[in-house]
Design a protein around this ligand. Structure first.
Ligand code: SAM
Ligand code: SF4
Length: 450
């Protein structure tokens, strides 16, 4: 019997990567196989992101490229995830390439919809749920030493620029014990690092347990060496959570603390619910309790009505805080969001581009300075696998900085030749080892085993 083969391409954030693992598990249970190319697939699924215009455009580009395959051999094409909602109309258009549309809360409906699509009937499932957490589904993960666990889904914050509350629905958390059992099973299979995921992860709540309780419960699991989390909202950072990060040796000393803007008026327009002063006080509080912390952030440049002076406040805040790295985005109006309904997207594109470029330049200088300051230090790295070259290992520091170092027997010989790895090399993916930093770029540390 022919086992239908599925190719899934994932766009966007870690939550989407995680959802792809859930979708693989759902399809596997119904007898589907997988392939790593559209050319050998019976079904192609695009797991999409709607957060910015360019994410949207990428998906349209990929759909166009699938047209010849669809015409040649009747490929079934599905669009999953955040864009599914917005594409309802396109599905119904006579010449649409899309057979199936499935939103983030409806993945359980996918196998039935694919079966119907194979028989020529298009279908969609895009309802949002107040309860769906997929807690009973074990994601079909690519085995490795790191894994993600989505601990909550959706978002109730309604930042005015953001489409997530509309595409992923209301906030809901999984139960703490279910998450702990999943992490224990991961540890038993050799996983060393778990990243707890949520759009607003520190709003996690299970009865009387809050996010700090969850973080500590996962960190206490034997075999799990590191726990990370992303993304917390700055409005929910109580001392208890800071204590959990600072005080538990297995909770990584890295906090991604999305800023979005440095001007009080813009923060208010964005409905971020913190002021510039409160954000800076939080950074001080974190650094005071945990001087070793690595801070990273997200910034949006060119939000509705942002003036030069207000942008200068963002620039100044990024310069003052000195993040280790930052994702810097050009504001992109998203349909249905509060900003799209109430404010004019009136900062000219050329000015948005220039503001992004200025922030990127500033941040690159800071990142390089911070990375170079680590030269000469010994840091602990969790080895994740081969580097770009097979004679190198690639891992991350506790602060999440990518670190590359030569395999044993090859220290000092960073030539382009691919030397065989001596059998005696005791290092392997999952090793947690001290390395000596010898060089640094904006994004990467270079090291030698200590
Ligand atoms: N929940 C996280 C938080 O509160 O910061 C962020 C989730 S969002 C998927 C990731 C980042 O995308 C945001 O932090 C924001 O910087 C950026 N983003 C979201 N909507 C955007 C928009 N309309 N235009 C540009 N960037 C956007
Ligand atoms: Fe979007 Fe704001 Fe929710 Fe983050 S907290 S997902 S930016 S609405």
């Amino acid at each position: 019997m022919h086992v239908p083969r599925v190719f899934i391409e994932t766009f966007g954030c870690q939550m989407n990567e995680y959802d792809t693992e859930l979708v693989r598990a759902i399809l596997k249970a119904r007898g589907y196989g997988f392939t790593d190319s559209a050319d050998t697939a019976d079904v192609v699924l695009l797991n999409t992101c709607a957060i910015r215009e360019n994410a949207h455009n990428k998906v349209y580009g990929h759909l166009g490229a699938l047209k010849p395959l669809k015409e040649e051999r009747g490929l079934v094409i599905g669009v999953l995830g955040c864009m599914a909602q917005n594409l309802k109309k396109d599905l119904l258009a006579g010449d649409s390439l899309i057979d199936v549309l499935v939103g983030p809360d409806s993945y359980r409906a996918l196998p039935d919809l694919l079966e119907r699509a194979a028989a020529g009937r298009k279908g969609l499932a895009v309802d949002l749920s107040e309860y769906e957490t997929y807690a009973d589904i074990v994601p079909d993960r690519i085995e490795g030493v790191t894994a993600w666990i989505a601990v909550m889904r959706g978002c109730d914050n309604f930042c005015t620029f953001c489409v997530v509350p509309y595409t992923r629905g209301r906030e809901r958390s999984r139960d703490l014990m279910g998450i702990v059992r999943e992490a224990e099973a991961l540890a038993a299979s050799g996983c060393k690092q778990v990243t707890l995921l949520g759009q607003n992860v520190n709003s996690y709540r299970d009865g009387s347990h809050d996010f700090a309780d969850l973080l500590l419960a996962v960190a206490d699991i034997q075999g799990i060496e590191r726990v990370r989390f992303t993304s917390p909202h700055p409005k929910d950072f109580p001392d208890k959570l800071l204590e959990a990060v600072a005080g538990h040796p297995k909770v990584c000393k890295h906090i991604h603390l999305p800023l979005q803007a440095g001007s009080g008026r813009i923060l208010q327009l964005m409905n971020r619910t913190y002021t510039r002063t409160e954000y800076l006080a939080l950074v001080d509080r974190i650094r005071h309790r945990c001087p070793a912390i690595v801070l990273t952030t997200d910034v949006i440049a060119g939000f509705c009505s942002e003036t030069d002076a207000e942008f200068a406040e963002t620039y100044d805040l990024v310069r003052r805080v000195e993040y280790h790295s930052a994702y810097i985005f050009k504001y992109s109006e998203r349909k249905n969001t509060i900003a799209a309904r109430k404010f004019a997207d009136d900062v000219p594109d050329a000015i948005k581009t220039e503001r992004v470029a200025r922030l990127v330049e500033l941040q690159r200088g800071i990142s390089l300075k911070k990375n170079r300051a680590l030269i000469g230090q010994v840091v602990e790295v969790l080895v994740e696998g081969d580097g770009k070259r097979s004679d190198q290992w690639r891992g991350r520091t506790d602060g999440n900085i990518v670190t590359v170092f030569p395999k044993r027997g090859q220290a000092g010989s960073l030539s382009a030749e691919k030397l065989p790895v001596p059998l005696s090399d005791p290092i392997k993916p999952g090793s947690l080892i001290p390395v000596h930093i010898t060089d640094a770029t904006v994004t990467t540390l270079y090291a030698h085993p200590d």
